[in-house]
Write a protein that binds this ligand. Sequence first.
Ligand SMILES: [Zn+2]
Length: 301
Amino acid sequence: MTRSTRQNFLGADSDEKLRSVTVGLVGLGGGNSHVVQQLSHVGIGRLVCVDDDIVEDSNLNRLIGGRSADLDPALHKTSIAERMVRGLVEGAEAVFLPCRWEAAREELARCDIIVGGLDSYRARSELEGFCRRLMIPYIDMGMDVHDVGDGFAIGGQTILSMPGGPCLWCMGMLSEPRLAEEAQRYGAAGGKPQVVWPNGVLASLAVGLVVQLVTPWTKAPLASAYLEYDGNRQQVATSNRLKAIAGQPCTHYPANDVGDPLFDVRLMIARTEPPAAAVPADRPADGFWTWLRAWFSRRPA
Ligand SMILES: [Zn+2]
C-alpha cells in the first residue's frame, strides 16, 4: 500500500513494520468490516480477505461500507470490503476471496496474523487449530446479546491466541458443551443479534492488538489477551479467566506437537527488548513473523 501513516509515536520504523505485515481476515461481517477499514487506515502492507457470504438486508445495520444498492443484485461481502479498501488506499495490496476459508488455506497460511469474525464455535475452533499448526497469532472477536429478564445485556470479547500461550479452549471460550449445544442447532450460530457499535469496540481492540504485535509502541512484546466488553457499563477489562490460568501450559496444542518446537513465545516475551528491533539487517522480505520466527529459532534458549 502506498499510504504514509506517519504514526511516529508507534516507533521510528513503525510504518515500515506495518507495511511488512500480511493480515488475514476470515469473515467480513459486522466485526471484520470495521477491522478491514481500520487496517487500511493504519497502513498494513497486505490484506487477505475471505468470506463466501453475500450481503442481506438484515446486515446493513452493521456492515461498514454496505449500501442499500448492494442488495440487488446482492454483492459478496468481499466486494464491499474491496470497494472500501481500494477507495481508501490507492494501489492497495489485497486479495478478496469469496469462498469458505478452508478453500483459501494457501493464502491464509502466508499471513502473519489472522483476525476471525466467525459466528460458530466449531468454525472458530477449526480456524484456531489451523493458526496453531502454522504458528500464526489468531485474534478472535465475538459479540453477544443476552436476555436477562428485565432487559438485555450487550457484551463480547476480543481474544489474542498466541502460539505457545493459552488457546480458546484454555480460556473457556470454546468448550465441549458449547460445541455440542451448537451442533444440536445443526451448526447454526442461531442468528445472534449484532449491532454496529459493540462490533466497533471489539474490532478496535482487535486492531490495537495487531498494531501492538507489530510495532514497538508499548515496549513489552504482547503475550495473550482476553478483553471483555461490557456494553451496558461501557467498560473493557481483562477477563478473570485469563488471570485464572496464568502460567498454565496449553494442553490442547502442546508445543512439541505443533509448528516449530524451537519456538517458545514465553522465552521471547521474557526478553526486555522487543526482538523486532534487534536484528533488522537480515530480515527477509516475506513477512515480519516469518522473520521473527527465523530469528528466534537461531537464538540459544
Ligand atoms: Zn489450550
